[in-house]
Design a protein around this ligand. Structure first.
Ligand SMILES: [Zn+2]
Length: 211
């Protein structure tokens, strides 16, 4: 059987199983979406948000891109963020990176990945530049990649805090809290690396004073 057909077959089996367990399951989900969490993760196929957190459909609103980046000109990310924060009123936003991230590794090379990928990876190089001294002092390359993964998550959490979307919600509703996590492909465990509770003050350069 072709693999694409298998997906559709598996889908039918899954839907039948869900309905057998709980006949109202789809009816209920179709009418209500009130997730508490927004997940900004890497597109890597080995890091599925629901599965690794033991959550069900309806519990996490998800955005994924290469190396879980929060880029202020990314209309896709910003639309997801605004919808989740302003309309769904999520209480937590999680940026989750992962060790062994291909995007992070690629950003540390000098290879030409051609225009669009070069453009994306440059944002990770900018993170490296901020922490160059610390990173260059790490002897082993894999350890350096792991550390950049953690630092990148931290910077993306800061990038969230710099948006007027987050700052306005902090001022109005005292939510959401921001969390930076890194997932381990080798042991399946999530390591929290940073946290910013609602209302945390950031570099005044980035704080709006007339929200
Ligand atoms: Zn990745």
């Amino acid at each position: 059987m072709y693999s694409i057909e298998k997906l559709l077959l598996e889908n039918r089996a899954w839907a039948a199983e869900k309905t057998a367990d709980d006949p109202e399951y789809f009816e209920r989900l179709a009418h209500l979406q009130s997730p508490e969490f927004l997940w900004i993760g890497c597109s890597d196929s080995r890091v599925p948000a629901n599965e690794i957190t033991g959550t069900q459909p309806g519990e996490i609103f998800v955005h994924r891109n290469i190396a879980n980046m929060v880029i202020h000109t990314d209309v896709n990310l910003l639309s997801v963020l605004e919808f989740a924060v302003v309309h769904l009123k999520v209480k937590h936003v999680i940026v989750c990176g992962h060790y062994g991230c291909g995007g992070i590794k690629a950003s540390m090379s000098n290879h030409d990945y051609k225009q669009v990928l070069n453009m994306w990876l440059r944002n990770i190089k900018d993170v490296y530049r901020l922490y160059r001294e610390e990173l260059n002092a790490i002897k082993y390359e894999n350890k350096r990649v792991d550390r950049l993964t953690e630092l990148n998550v931290k910077e993306q959490v800061f990038n969230l805090a710099k948006t007027s979307i987050i700052q306005r919600a902090w001022k109005k509703d005292e939510r959401p809290d921001l969390h930076g996590w890194v997932y381990g492909l080798k042991d399946g465990l999530i390591k929290p690396v940073c946290e910013m509770n609602a209302g945390t003050h950031i570099d005044p350069l980035y704080e709006y004073d007339d929200l």
